[in-house]
Design a protein around this ligand. Sequence first.
Ligand code: SF4
Ligand code: SF4
Length: 115
Amino acid sequence: MPIDKTFRDSWKKIGQHNGHSVWQSETDNSRRIHGDIVGVDFHLCYGCEKCITACPTNVFVTFTDERNRLVVDPLNGSECILCLVCEIVCPVEAISIEREGGSEDTLESLLQGSE
Ligand code: SF4
Ligand code: SF4
């Protein structure tokens, strides 16, 4: 299951970490998402670092979470230019970029190879 893209509206904000929000699922209190503009689901991420390699503005850094798993933290989320490359390269769809209206449809079109 990919990251819940509604997390900014439907998950509970439980704190701050390195300047961004930490969110907890309302249905599973062991699940966390870190970030605001750039959200990473720590339950899904397995630290492959593809997003680190792909991101042109160095938003992501490696991080060991509270379960002692290697993940990536969107430390420099304010530097995001909304290119959406990280969402495309992530093998487990652990990343969600906050977008303006219409860009979601644009991404879906690109992924499907159509206008
Ligand atoms: S959308 Fe682009 S700039 Fe923003 S975090 Fe992802 S790869 Fe980096
Ligand atoms: S590409 Fe996805 S799974 Fe790999 S480190 Fe980034 S968020 Fe985690």
